[in-house]
Design a protein around this ligand. Structure first.
Ligand code: SAM
Length: 194
C-alpha cells in the first residue's frame, strides 16, 4: 500500500514537472484519477487478441487501468510524444510497445513496428484535442477510423464537460457519454463506435 502511494506521488510530481515545461502539450496538471481511468478502461475490445492503441498515455494512469481490467500488456501499443514520459512508461510497462512519437502519425508508427500492427480493437485517447485546431482533430479522427477494426471503439475524454461530441467525431456513432466528477478537473468520457 505504502509503495503504491509513493509511486502515485512520484507520478504526480513527474506529470506536474512536464506540465510546467509544456502546459499546452501536456494538457493537464495531474494524471487522471482512478475513477476516470477506470471509466476509460471499461471499453476494452471483446476479443482479447485485439490490440489496444493508447494515445497520450502520460505517466500511465489509464494504461494501468487497462491492464487491471484484463488487457494483456503485450496487446497494448501506446504513442506518447514526450520522451521523458515515454521513457518512464517503458520502465513501468516493459511488455507493452511504447512509441515515442506524434499520435497524428499513428498509421506510419504502427506500420513501422518490428511486428507491424495493422488494426486495433480500441483507441483510448487522453489527447487534449481541444488544444488543437478543428482541422487537426478531424485529421486525427480519420486516422483513428482507418486503424480501427469494424465496430471498434474510440474512447476520448475531455475537460469540456458540457460538450456532447468530441472534435472530429462526426463520422462515428456516439455509444456512451459520461461525466466523471471525481477528477481534477471533472471530465467527460465519450465513446464512439466505427
Ligand atoms: C492530459 S495528458 C493525459 C495523460 C494520461 N493519459 C492521464 O490520463 O493521466 C495528455 C498526454 O498527451 C500527450 N500528448 C500531447 N500531444 C501528443 C501528441 N501529438 N502525440 C502523442 N502524445 C501527445 C502529452 O504529453 C500528455 O502525456
Amino acid at each position: 500500500m505504502a509503495r503504491k502511494i509513493i509511486a502515485a506521488l512520484a507520478d504526480s510530481s513527474l506529470f506536474l514537472r512536464e506540465w510546467l515545461a509544456n502546459p499546452q502539450r501536456t494538457g493537464a496538471v495531474a494524471p487522471s484519477s482512478p475513477m476516470l481511468a477506470s471509466a476509460m478502461a471499461r471499453w476494452l475490445p471483446r476479443d482479447p487478441e485485439s490490440f489496444v492503441l493508447e494515445l497520450g498515455p502520460g505517466t500511465g494512469a489509464v494504461t494501468a487501468a487497462l491492464l487491471k481490467r484484463g488487457l494483456c500488456e503485450d496487446r497494448l501499443v501506446a504513442i506518447e510524444n514526450n520522451p521523458v514520459l515515454a521513457k518512464h512508461l517503458r520502465k513501468r510497462f516493459p511488455l507493452a510497445r511504447i512509441i515515442t512519437g506524434d499520435a497524428w502519425h499513428l498509421d506510419t508508427l504502427l506500420a513501422g513496428l518490428p511486428h507491424p500492427v495493422k488494426s486495433v480493437g480500441a483507441v483510448i485517447s487522453s489527447l487534449p484535442l481541444l488544444n488543437f485546431p478543428p482541422a487537426e482533430a478531424e485529421a486525427l479522427a480519420a486516422k483513428i477510423r482507418s486503424v480501427l477494426e469494424p465496430r471498434g471503439r474510440w474512447v476520448q475524454y475531455s475537460y469540456h464537460i458540457s460538450q456532447d461530441r468530441s472534435r472530429g467525431a462526426d463520422d462515428f456513432r456516439l455509444v456512451a457519454s459520461k461525466i466523471i466528477w471525481w477528477n481534477i478537473p471533472p471530465a467527460r468520457v465519450h465513446v464512439f463506435q466505427k
